[in-house]
Design a protein around this ligand. Structure first.
Ligand code: UD1
Length: 447
């Protein structure tokens, strides 16, 4: 079983470079299926979710090569349009391949997506949006069969700015005849990056960064090379760790422009923050101040993906804080693990009331989801004594070599990655992949 062991109580000092953005890279990989040619993405983190996605793309006939953070995908000749159940069920982003595959093949079969257990995570908005474009569906248990004789541009209104639904609809709409207008679209930076890539590939999307996207489809995509931005959630996680442990940390490759709501909360906790375009320095020399009330919200609001980490930091403040989780109701599962370490947290529906003051002590806890796992790392780093975090495969799905990054900052942390079900990812006969900061396997193949 994968686990992390932390000997807590050390301040963090030093510089660390932030990995590429998981949530930007995964839909970009799906977009590569649209192009009957070569697509290259740089700054790709070597994490389990990328590995799962590569497995799926291999199964579809897409050749993939991963080397030194660069992913090269050749989708000139797809051989299947059914996602393998084993991998599709493991990650939420597998659903994104539906929009791309239906665009490319007009037929696709997938399975209800997996991913973190952080709430209900329905896909009704994806399905309704694709239906508007002309897709018909057949559901049998977890199996989803999609067909479209023709994709036609449509007016789509999203009742909630779902990130995944916006991306999925975009991936199909760029292949539709005519113009699609998506109102109520999500505005997350990862969507801006996906639109930039699709435009580079030959689509014409306007309104990028707003909640109304106009998509002029094309049936002729071209090769492209893109670089994913730094991961704003990983960057925020490391800043939160510094806030909890105290110290002075510089992040390079951090997309500060995308992180304003997280930086505002860190400042509210009393941390000094200096920021440049891709560099953030945090200085935390005293216990964090409590936050009377904060609420998660779609971008540009405070990200639900940083909520658990914030909760962990607030356990080390002096006073009472309240967090409202407005996106994923299951995110508060982490509170039960923090309580094992001595935290005083009361959950009332979508509100968490954190009474700080009791020192947390290391113990054995379990990562229940990706960001909740990262929150336990923060708690373990700042608590007195030894913390063992089990089920860390959740953390390794999104953090490339988290233990190395934190060791670089002076933390006493070691990882056992266990045996990855990705095994040796094979990216082709001609190259072996450099696993970079991650230690989960010898990486990559490309079928
Ligand atoms: C993405 C991110 C995830 C982040 C989330 C919100 C990826 C791989 N994951 O997830 O890290 O936490 O955005 O920023 O990019 N909803 C529906 N019906 C749908 C789709 C969503 O009701 O068809 C609801 C969800 O239950 C949730 C809310 O909409 O309450 C937000 O979900 P969504 O934005 O779709 O999140 P994901 O794309 O799954």
């Amino acid at each position: 079983m994968s686990c992390l062991e932390i000997n807590g109580g050390r301040s963090l000092y030093g510089t660390v470079s932030v990995q590429g953005s998981k949530n930007a890279v995964l839909p970009m990989m799906a977009a590569a299926l649209l192009n009957k040619g070569i697509t290259v993405i740089k700054n790709v983190p070597y994490i389990l979710d990328v590995c799962y996605m590569i497995k799926i793309m291999n199964a579809l006939g897409c050749r993939v090569k991963y080397e030194q953070g660069t992913l090269t995908m050749d989708a000139s000749c797809l051989t299947a349009n059914e996602l393998p159940l084993m991998w599709a069920g493991k990650m939420r982003s597998s659903i994104m391949l539906l929009g791309a595959l239906i665009g490319r093949c007009r037929e696709a079969v997938t399975y209800y997506p997996g991913g973190c257990s952080i709430g209900a995570r329905p896909i009704d908005l994806h399905i309704e949006g694709l239906r508007k474009l002309g897709v018909t569906f057949l559901f049998e248990g977890d199996r989803i069969e999609a067909k479209a004789k023709k994709l036609t541009g449509a007016q789509i209104v999203l009742p909630f700015p779902s990130v995944g639904a916006t991306e999925n609809i975009l991936l199909a709409a760029v292949n539709a005849e005519g113009v699609t207008c998506i109102r109520g679209a999500a505005r997350e930076p990862e969507i801006v990056e996906l639109c930039g890539m699709l435009n580079q590939m030959g689509a014409l999307i306007s309104g990028v960064g707003s909640d109304t996207l106009m998509v002029h489809g094309t049936d002729c995509f071209r090769d492209c090379l893109v670089k994913a931005s730094g991961d704003r959630i990983v960057a925020a996680t490391y800043l939160m760790a510094a806030a909890a442990c105290r110290g002075e940390v510089m992040l390079t490759g951090a997309p500060s422009a995308y992180m304003q709501s997280s930086l505002a909360v860190l400042r509210q906790m009393g941390c000094l923050i200096r920021q440049e375009a891709e560099r953030i320095v945090i200085c935390a020399d005293k216990a964090p101040l409590p936050i009377p009330y904060t609420k998660t919200a779609p971008y540009p609001g405070f990200p639900t993906d940083v909520q658990s980490q914030l909760m962990a930091v607030l356990c080390f403040s002096e006073g009472t804080s309240v967090i409202e989780e407005a996106i994923f109701e299951g995110r508060f599962n982490t509170a039960w693990e923090l309580k094992k370490m001595g935290a005083d947290i009361i959950i009332e529906g979508r509100l968490a009331v954190i009474h700080a003051g009791t020192p947390l002590r290391g113990t054995c806890v379990e990562a229940k989801d990706l960001r909740g796992g990262a929150a336990l790392v923060i708690a373990g780093l700042a608590a007195e004594g030894r913390t063992q975090i089990q089920s860390c495969h959740h953390i390794f799905r999104g953090y490339a070599g988290i233990e190395f990054d934190l060791q670089q900052l002076g933390a006493d942390i070691i990882a056992d990655h266990g045996s990855s079900d990705c095994g040796t990812v094979n990216y082709g006969n001609d190259s072996n992949v450099n696993p970079g900061k991650s230690g989960f396997g010898q990486a990559v193949q490309m079928a």
